[in-house]
Design a protein around this ligand. Sequence first.
Ligand code: CP
Ligand code: NVA
Length: 307
Amino acid sequence: MKRDFLCLADFERAELEAMLDLAVKLKRDLKSGNAETPLRGRSLAMIFEKPSLRTRVTFEVGMTQLGGYPVYLQPSDIRLGERETVADIARNLDRWVDLIMARTFAHSTLEELARYASVPVINGLSDLYHPCQVLADCLTLLEKRGKVAGARVAFVGDGNNMAHSWMNAAAVLGFEFVLACPPNYCADARVLDRARQLGGKISVTHDPREAARDADVLYTDVWTSMGQEAEAVVRQEAFADFQINRSLLDLARRDAIVMHCLPAHRGEEITAEVIDGPQSVVFEEAENRLHAQKAVLVWLSEQARRA
Ligand code: CP
Ligand code: NVA
């Protein structure tokens, strides 16, 4: 059966570890000038309902580096579900391309694409999850800490797509995840329950200081995600105390790293001093989007070949 990459909780620990190992190898090969082109002649459709810098560039460059061919479809090109049905788009694309990546509003749109496409579908961010970002972040954590298992990751901010994917990664890869969010901006209860059922050591607090204490990673994301722009003013007020700043960082472990998926709003969810400071690894995370996603593309292609 072909596999899709929609949600980290759909994978076994050994599978995510295999993708991380492959990402390490692909990164090393690229840096040493020994990169191979295992996806020669293959193509990737990239569908975007929302804007993007990192996801678009890293998938496009990554597919090209692997010897393949990316096709970028901007929001106004195909108008998912509006110009024609999501199912018909899937059944057209899979006649021409070998892989599909989509960035959507509703997660159900991705699930529908995956149901109707005979080729693997990759989640390039939905309102519910952002698995590619968290896989790249786990690669960064692996590089910085030597291992992912056993870490304490504190997420300060919205219980959003990023927080959800972190919970899933914590459950599958075996690390502790603490979410500090305002009371009305908690994670989706179904996502939280599933991650806990998978054995995840996950806690939720409304006190950022409690979350930050002894953390190996301090993570944050924008207060207002794409699609929530109408709520921006209300959110500014609700999240005012949920900022990564010097005094919060002082509560974390001395060797803690600071992460952010980007784009960042300095002075809101994180201070300029911290994001541009010595403990910040945000641009390593951004670089690792390239290597981690190349691993996902190769891994899924290999699974599809065997199916
Ligand atoms: N972090 C991330 O996904 O960035 P883009 O929205 O620019 O793709
Ligand atoms: N939570 C943010 C992540 C951006 C990469 C959003 O969905 O807009």
